[in-house]
Design a protein around this ligand. Sequence first.
Ligand SMILES: [Zn+2]
Length: 131
Amino acid sequence: MSISKFQAVLSSKCPRCRTGKMFSGSAYGLSRQKMHEHCPHCGFKFEIEPGYFYAAMYVSYAFSVGEVLCMALVTALATKSESPWTYIIVLFTTIVLFAPFNYRYSRLVLLHYLSPKVSYNPKYAEVKNKL
Ligand SMILES: [Zn+2]
């Protein structure tokens, strides 16, 4: 039973086994979401190099730009407002609301799509904790 890369990203699975969860807690749950250091299923170390997740900032930045542009457009079309405060308030709220989403999915996209060193290996999906 293997899931596609896209499904693995959506359900926050490990990029190597696509079975273990990368995060504990949900992005918008009451308890704070936390990324595991190692995959609970196959033991894969998510931070493959020291400071690897600095690169996730660029992915997160791209997400933020997309979200802010969409919200600015929706606000402009819906309110036809010319006041900068309308946009400042709406866009600030957008950034805050999307922060947990960006934190989680920038790391997932980085590991699943932008890391040539990391690839799915079905052999890790089968056996638990066999390193
Ligand atoms: Zn794994």
